[in-house]
Design a protein around this ligand. Structure first.
Ligand SMILES: Nc1nc2c(c(=O)[nH]1)N[C@H]1C(S)=C(S)[C@@H](COP(=O)(O)O)O[C@H]1N2
Ligand SMILES: [Mo]
Length: 403
């Protein structure tokens, strides 16, 4: 690390001296700013686009009729925020078109006052803004049986991170007054799938909120416009989009998704329902599958760590297939239930190797290996795959998924 920094500083100093002197470099007219005015400001543009030179960061769709969505191109990600237009999507029955002036939210069940809220009503309540990751429990599902995805977009692209703004559930529930012995809250979406999930009331009263905005603007239709539930750190499926109904009750509803897809197999024919937490996980996004290193030398290893149970406390990197580990730098901000960017300086010697990362959160939990996951879930587990990801570096610099 020290030698790298010194190397950079030397190079930087050499550069500034060269610019000061009347050197050949300074004579190079291509370095002298001599550009005329740029394009005129187009007043008809209402939403600006990216540079035409930025072509690679694209969503990868996996549409399969109405059920499907898109994967975030994590290999091109920088920092911790996902641009709204690159946020992954999972829809069980397509994306409904909802006019916010007609959208309503019913809150009923074990409350003193049942009530229907319009969007206008909800926008008048005290709001919060929080950065949180959102991850589908099926992220990396295809990797259970072996390395399948070529790129990190394919292996890990069902996680994204946004700043979400909305009204805390506790504010609304306190406004209506809960009665009896409330234990659970049912959330129902207004799409064809009528996605319905039971949420424990303690979580509703803790940090769950109804979001109407994402990264400073109203939600994208695909993210649940005009209103969605954000249940920080819990499996993506519980973050019900296009939400239209909340019911307070004293037991879970055992809805379709709770009984089937989102229950996890356990040894001895057991099933774990209500997994809730997306546990600590990390992945190296650069260099990652499908990339090629351009010869030996310095590379920055960069990636993302996150935990639905709390805050990332450390990410460790191995550049020798797990024999030795070193702590990565956390770029910050390091926030709870949020993507955390890590970096690690690496000098590749040009030899074949395997690079991997593992994340530990502030509960003390460390991301497991595939062997450890198999013991827990069996080889046919599907959901909640948070195992350590390995990228193989070939002698020619080619990076491949060996997971
Ligand atoms: N109403 C509704 N809510 C939904 C879904 C859906 O199909 N309908 N998909 C769920 C699933 S499985 C996930 S992983 C997240 C994905 O949220 P995103 O599309 O905003 O990334 O939304 C959840 N909420
Ligand atoms: Mo999901």
């Amino acid at each position: 690390m020290k030698t790298n920094r010194r190397h950079f500083m030397k190079a930087g100093m050499a550069m500034s001296t060269a610019l000061l002197a009347d050197s050949a470099l300074a004579q190079d007219t291509t370095l002298i700013p001599s550009r005329g005015p740029g394009e005129m400001i187009d007043s008809s543009v209402t939403y600006a686009d990216r540079s035409p030179f930025v072509k690679d960061a694209k969503m990868r769709g996996s549409a399969n009729g109405l059920s499907g969505g898109g994967f975030t191109p994590l290999q091109h990600s920088r920092g911790m925020v996902t641009p709204s237009g690159l946020h992954f999507e999972v829809h069980h029955s397509g994306v409904p078109e909802i006019d916010p002036s007609e959208h309503k939210l019913l809150i009923h069940g074990l409350v003193d006052d049942e009530k229907i809220f319009t969007m206008e009503d909800l926008l008048r309540f005290p709001s919060v803004s929080h950065f949180h990751f959102l991850e589908c429990a099926g992220n990396g599902m295809g990797e259970w049986m072996g390395p399948r995805g070529k790129t990190v977009q394919q292996t890990h692209g069902l996680t994204s991170c946004s700043e979400w703004t909305g009204v805390p559930l506790k504010v609304l529930l306190n406004e209506l007054g809960v009665r009896g012995d409330p234990k659970w809250l049912l959330a129902e979406g207004d799409d064809g799938a009528r996605m319905t999930r039971s949420i424990p009331i303690w979580k509703a009263m803790d940090d769950a909120f109804l979001a109407y905005a994402q990264n400073g603007e109203f939600l994208r239709p695909e993210q649940g416009f005009p209103l969605r539930l954000i249940v920080p750190g819990f499996e993506g499926n519980m973050n019900v989009k296009w939400i239209r109904r909340l019911e307070v009750g004293d037991k879970p509803w055992w809805t379709h998704h709770e009984n089937t897809e989102y229950a996890d197999p356990r040894p001895k024919d057991e099933i774990r329902a209500f997994s809730f937490y997306m546990e600590a996980r990390s992945v190296i996004t650069s260099p990652s599958g499908g990339m090629k290193l351009n010869g030996p030398g310095f590379y920055e290893i960069s990636g993302l760590g996150w935990s639905g149970a709390g805050t990332v406390s450390k990410v460790e990197i191995s550049t020798d297939d797990g024999k030795t580990w070193q702590g990565a730098s956390l770029q910050g901000p390091v926030l709870p239930k949020c993507h955390t960017r890590f970096t690690h300086p690496w000098r590749w010697d040009g030899k074949e190797t395997t690079i991997l990362s593992r994340c530990t959160d502030d509960t003390g939990y460390t991301q497991p290996t595939y062997d450890e996951m198999y013991k827990l879930q069996g080889p046919i587990g599907m959901m909640h795959n948070n195992a350590i990801q390995k990228w193989h570096v070939a002698q020619d610099g080619e990076i491949t998924n060996v997971r």
